[in-house]
Design a protein around this ligand. Sequence first.
Ligand code: NAI
Ligand code: SOE
Length: 354
Amino acid sequence: MIGTGFMGRVHARAVEVAGGRVVGVVGSTAERAETARPSLRADRAFGSLEELIAAVDVDVVHVCTPNHLHAEITFAALAAGKHVVCEKPLSLDGATAGAMTRAAADAGRVATVPFIYRFHPMVREARERVRRGDIGTVVLSHGSYLQDWLLRRTDDNWRVDPSLGGPLRAFGDIGSHWCDLLEFVTGDRIDRVSAQSSTVHASRGDHNRPVDTEDVVTLQFATAAGAIGSAVISQMSAGRKNRLLLEISGTEGTFTFDQENPELLWHGGRERSSVLVRDPETLSPAAARYARVPAGHPQGYQDCFDHFVADTYAAIDGAAPDGLPTFDDGLRAALVADAVMESAQKQSWVDVAP
Ligand code: NAI
Ligand code: SOE
């Protein structure tokens, strides 16, 4: 486990649930690794990345650091023959994400990216129902991913600094999830984008550090299959904590999923609308597989990680779990992000690189 912050802790719990063992942990310093070790229930605190990579009892490296370190750690882990789980965004740009994806393929290792919202049972249910034609042909998709933790000028984080988080902050951080979810549920691809971005606070933090990364992105897009849509991505929407909303409309109906209310899926119809409940008894098998507990017993974010890590480890054992997000998907998100950034800069439509 590399990185001992929010994600390091979430991944560590998921590893245990999947029947794995956290062999060791690397932090930003050896002291931090040792401090975090007990809460991550890791056997050892490694003094450096090199030490962890050299350990023969490490099979999988989980990269849970700030974004700028993802590529370097992934290349080192793959070169040592490890499987890799690398947090999103895979890298700071599409070219590097491409090199990481090729390195994983060349090494023949399993390499996955936690596009975690794919693991909500109601997302799987929506995907199954779109596939079987319940809403007809998809013509329109829209939604938003809204947060408020960077609302104030005094709010700061490593993600704000482009050398650590990447040149597109809000979009890389949370827009990547939204686009992945859209493509996952519809099976379609964002082909062309027209984006605007806005940096509301020109400086942040105690020392008035100038800010180069965006707080808000608005995006319209066209898909390969001919649908159109739009999304609002914001880390400055007061009162919104982690509100990922995805609405997909077809010629026969609409599905709406709200990540903060993940037990439900709205199915809109011209004559009749209904709300589907996460009930393993009534879900399709592809969704029921991710329903851990009976209906009425809410499950959520950590469950998604538990299932994601379990599926990653199953893939390492030779299985092929449906819908496992791999480096190909991380690359895809990076290419969409590149196009969004170019479009916002040029103020024109841009094709997403194939
Ligand atoms: P965080 O700031 O809570 O933790 C980052 C950790 O990395 C800290 O413990 C820090 O000490 C450590 N670190 C910094 N430099 C390091 C180095 N050189 N070597 C080892 N460790 C080092 O950040 P958070 O929220 O855990 O984010 C980490 C990654 O996870 C990011 O890439 C972020 O985009 C991603 N993320 C993904 C989520 C998802 O739903 N898939 C949710 C939250 C974050
Ligand atoms: C912060 O914006 C964050 O933790 C992201 O980094 C995650 O990817 C997202 O799932 C929740 O919010």
